[in-house]
Design a protein around this ligand. Structure first.
Ligand code: FES
Ligand code: FES
Length: 150
């Protein structure tokens, strides 16, 4: 099966029903995307498929063959961080960090669609669960990143 992951075309023999999350972590060794619940409830596994936030734990890999898959590993780089990554640092968002790559990918999708989101927009888009309760800082960081890209 041919996949486009972070701008690279890769080819692997895969069970078509294998969840995309398994492929990313176990086949591609892209472990920034996390396994939380496995049932599309927590958002820890969020990646982008054609730019859209997608819960990879319930996405069969065959359904994304030919699509553009983007993971946290290519959201930004040390040289060129995404505005959200800078805002995340400025607001000191992460606690344990486990949910944060999913949070960032969901937030990046939101900002791409709505460059100046309201609190309500953020509440609606960010259904990710954080056991450490970073929700207020996530919100502040999204507003900060939106301001930075003004
Ligand atoms: S691991 Fe996919 S939504 Fe929780
Ligand atoms: S920072 Fe710990 S679960 Fe979100």
């Amino acid at each position: 099966m041919q996949l486009n992951i972070n701008g690279q075309t890769v080819e692997h023999e895969l069970d078509p029903q294998m969840p995309l999350l398994w492929v990313l972590r176990d086949v591609m060794n892209l472990t920034g995307t996390k396994f939380g619940c496995g049932v599309a409830a927590c958002g820890a596994c969020t990646v982008h498929v054609n730019g859209q936030a997608t819960r990879s734990c319930v996405t069969p890999v065959s359904s994304v063959a030919g699509s553009r898959i983007t993971t946290i590993e290519s959201l930004g780089s040390a040289d060129k961080p995404h505005a959200l990554q800078l805002a995340w640092i400025a607001e000191q968002v992460p606690q344990c960090g486990y949910c944060q790559s999913g949070m960032l990918m969901a937030a990046a999708d939101l900002l791409a669609r709505k460059p100046k989101p309201t609190d309500e927009d953020i509440d609606q888009a960010m259904s990710n669960i954080c056991r450490c309760g970073t929700y207020q800082r996530v919100k502040a960081a999204i507003h900060r990143a939106a301001g930075a890209s003004a």
